[in-house]
Write a protein that binds this ligand. Structure first.
Ligand SMILES: *[C@@H]1O[C@H](CO)[C@@H](O)[C@H](O)[C@H]1NC(C)=O
Ligand SMILES: *[C@@H]1O[C@H](CO)[C@@H](O)[C@H](O)[C@H]1NC(C)=O
Ligand SMILES: *[C@@H]1O[C@H](CO)[C@@H](O)[C@H](O)[C@H]1NC(C)=O
Length: 425
């Protein structure tokens, strides 16, 4: 048996760290496979940012309220880093369209600290929600939504300003949706606060708790709570009566695919932005399988511009995770980053690109590459174009909401067990 003070201390050890972790991190976005990360908290009319770029040059973020967030239209930006003399810098910039942005004449972003380590630049800075600066400042209110634009320069710092074409970003991108920075931070913090306080307040003053039992509850339920929410959420495309199935999820700038064909040979998918998606025009393909005789899983990237044997992608982007063959079906799991730096034949997946999904397979394997004898025995094109990222994101949003409910439900169960214990004793 544990005394109530010990039990509260015990609970606090497990639950409170979770509470603080989440409240501290409040809201966070992560793009380009971890190459850019922005975290923010909202406190007392102020947004506090923690930004990281995979660069030793400058690292920047922009906020825009325009309809698509593109083309540098009305960006309100913060650009900073650590220069070669170890001096920290952060400047506010504004732009109305493409070109070198101008410094904000009434700067609003305030540098807290910056550091450079292992090829990553991290900058912490803050800004008040609504500035009294100028009409180009983006104002953050409880009902304003912004696109989050990332950019960085791989080699050069900009302590003296961006007014030099050599300093143009080497990488940029826009979020796939708009964010309400204030609501996002507040919502995450509040939910966690409320559930934690509820549990702690349910523990009666003089309660005695059977110790092994409560240990078990906490140890079993909390990990479930963390892991349940992080599973990938797949969108599904199914055709030819289940003979071809493609599922995909979007995670940190990466598309993760799960493809199945009713064949013991090769199984392939192609993506194209061409107008009709037919005749192998500008296909970006992944073809794989399991060569059973040598027990070798394989996956190759191919490209085509028109009918004929496609050529291997000289800068392959699809990465095999695993492949298996069972009951006449071949299943291949693989992934690819959204936007490659490969070649111009790569199809780029962005928040506003749509692709036809082309399926094909053959009864023999192509572990040594495709040739004239291995031409597909079956092929077909989807009946509409898909925006892979947006489809996946909307599934994730739905599932994140149910993930949140699951968290709350777990906490409620935990609270009930605690309450039950106190009644039994
Ligand atoms: C800022 O972000 C970096 C990278 O995600 C992280 O390692 C660090 O702990 C964060 N710092 C704060 C104060 O949140
Ligand atoms: C532009 O920036 C580059 C990199 O820092 C520097 O080498 C070059 O001298 C600059 N050019 C001008 C005109 O300032
Ligand atoms: C991949 O798809 C197959 C067939 O639909 C399914 O059985 C399997 O569970 C999926 N795997 C994952 C990791 O989603």
């Amino acid at each position: 048996m544990l005394s109530s003070q010990l039990y509260v201390a015990f609970c606090a050890l497990f639950i409170l760290p979770f509470y603080f972790c989440v409240v501290d991190a409040q809201a966070s976005v992560d793009f380009d496979n971890g190459m850019f990360k922005l975290q923010w908290t909202h406190d007392d009319g102020k947004l506090v940012f923690n930004m990281t770029c995979k660069t030793i040059g400058w690292c920047g973020v922009g906020f825009a309220q325009t309809s698509d967030g593109k083309g540098m239209v009305n960006y309100d930006m913060a650009v900073g880093g650590v220069d070669s003399n170890s001096a920290l810098y952060l400047d506010g910039y504004q732009s109305t369209g493409p070109g070198i942005p101008t410094k904000d004449p009434t700067p609003d972003y305030r540098l807290i600290r910056a550091s450079e380590e292992n090829g990553y630049t991290n900058i912490q800075f803050e800004r008040i929600d609504t500035t009294e600066g100028d009409d180009k400042d983006v104002q953050f209110t409880s009902n304003s939504e912004v696109w989050i634009v990332r950019a960085w320069q791989n080699n050069y710092d900009a302590p003296l300003g961006l007014d030099n074409s050599t300093l143009q970003h080497s990488h940029t991108g826009v979020s796939t949706k708009k964010y309400n920075l204030i609501k996002e931070a507040t919502a995450n913090g509040m939910k966690t606060r409320v559930t934690t306080y509820t549990i702690l307040s349910l523990i009666p003053e003089n309660m005695m708790v059977p110790s092994q039992f409560s240990c078990l509850c906490v140890l079993v339920l909390l990990p479930y709570n963390f892991f349940a929410v992080d599973a990938l959420n797949y969108v599904s495309f199914d055709s030819d009566n289940g003979m071809f199935k493609l599922q995909w999820a979007h995670d940190k700038g990466k598309l993760v695919f799960n493809m199945t064909c009713k064949t013991t040979g090769w199984c392939g998918v192609g993506f194209t932005e061409s107008s009709e998606g037919r005749r192998m025009e500008n296909y970006d393909m992944a073809v794989g399988g399991v060569h059973v005789a040598s027990n070798t899983p394989y996956l190759d990237g191919y490209q085509s511009t028109g009918p004929g044997i496609p050529t291997k992608d000289p800068t392959p982007d699809y990465k095999l995770i695993k492949a298996s063959e069972e009951n006449g079906y071949t299943n291949i799991q693989f992934e690819r980053i959204d936007t490659t730096e490969g070649d111009e034949k790569d199809v780029q997946f962005t928040s506003d690109s749509q692709v036809w999904i082309v399926r094909a397979w053959h009864s023999n394997d192509a572990h040594l590459g495709l040739n004239a004898n291995l031409k597909h025995s079956h092929t077909g094109v989807s009946t509409k174009k898909y925006n892979l990222i947006m489809e996946a994101e909307s599934t994730t949003v739905k599932n994140t909401a149910s993930g949140m409910r699951r968290r709350v439900a777990t906490f409620v169960i935990l609270a009930q067990i605690v309450a039950l214990c106190s009644v039994l004793i």
